[in-house]
Ligand binder design. Sequence first.
Ligand code: LFR
Length: 474
Amino acid sequence: SEMVKLLAVDLGASSGRVMLGAYDGERISVEEIHRFANIPVKASGHLYWDVLRLFHEMKHGIRQAFREHGELLSLSVDTWGVDYGFIDRQGQLLSAPHHYRDQRMTAHRFRLEELLPPREQFKLTGNQPDLINTVYQLYADLQDRPELTAAADKLLMTPDLFHYLFSGVAAAENTIWSTGGLLDAVTGEPSAELFKRLDLPLSLIPPRVSAGTVLGTMLPDIQEELGIGPIQVIAGASHDTASAIASIPYTEKNTAAFISCGTWSLVGMETAEPVITDQSYSYGFTNESCCGGTNRLLKNLTGLWLLQETHREWAEAGEPVTYSEMVRLAETLDAAPAIIDPNDPLFSTPGAMTGRIGEYCRRTQQPVPLTKAAIIRTILDSLAQAYSRTITELETVTGRRIKTIHMVGGGIQNELLCQLTANATGREIVAGPVEASALGNMIVQLAALGKLNPARAGELVSRSCTLATYSPMG
Ligand code: LFR
């Protein structure tokens, strides 16, 4: 049968990639075409996205894909949640978008939470209040830079922004918007109450579209610049986690949870409706949207960030350790000397990670891990235990029994982490796919183009990828 080729652009915490998918009706293969750095840039004391450089790199990857593979049907971009940029009335980008690890929200938190207390935010939107949420960022921008927000015509979440730059069409895709703390949990529309209370302009929101909407053909001047043919620009499940979840090969969805393992660990399950109770609030759960309209009940746990920062610290100190060497070192120990809470605010900003782990252990009267092996083992055991706690909490708030945990994303290449998770949770782990966001991104595009029945996506993933299972051990 005909071969369908398409592109997924996946922007992660340290790199972005242009990935080519080739689907023959039976299987889909995924190939990396171009990888580029995605490092936030610090300037004038703030942390920014380098969006134009990223756009340039994406163009480069698209040109190369056309050169190597001929005709391509479509492309879609996914990124992490909550960040955004503004365009003005001429459709020009206004200012560099901030990165969520920027600190400008701190100064405005008190006032915002006076106008809209955290518990009420949760009741209204289903999103767990967090300083990084779009609502906190936008409120800070309105106070700090009224001239900027006065000039703004539309607020574009980062995937929406790239889709706009490629197609000229400004749209607000549902899964990425569901991360920001701005939508009403019941209607799924921007919360009028919230916008009124915080005096945010509703007019900033572009026309809303659901995941899997063909926005249009790539702008002619970009086709010309790149020397390529027409290609459709699709608003997919443009939140990376929504894309990752779209790739899960569930066998029994009702008794399954997921852990999407990247810089963050997203631990949750799909439910028909948002779960908005005192209990889900106090456990720290959030409700976001999946492609297809189901609810994603999940908790954001700090994930491989702890390993990535440790890795970076040792490399910068001239003692580089590869990721596989890190795992090997951790395996030399039977257990961690201490357990940390990955979500402690101490760990949320970049730099000096090993020192901060030591500080946490001193603060909690635990032995300070001193060797590299002990530090890595502390991180991995702490992640597995945090996953396990969250799985139990999920059962409590949903009243459902979890038998299987699907682990997806780059983090599952760490087989020790998968096994430790099986041991800590006492559940069977199905690990795969590794390329969850890229694959889910492509699956949503294929469905949007009418090339794939979404109900068949799980089978397609099982046929196309190697899945590993881990059972609890002693
Ligand atoms: C994962 C992720 C999470 C989101 C966090 C910050 O990459 O998208 O789902 O909560 O990044 O945006």
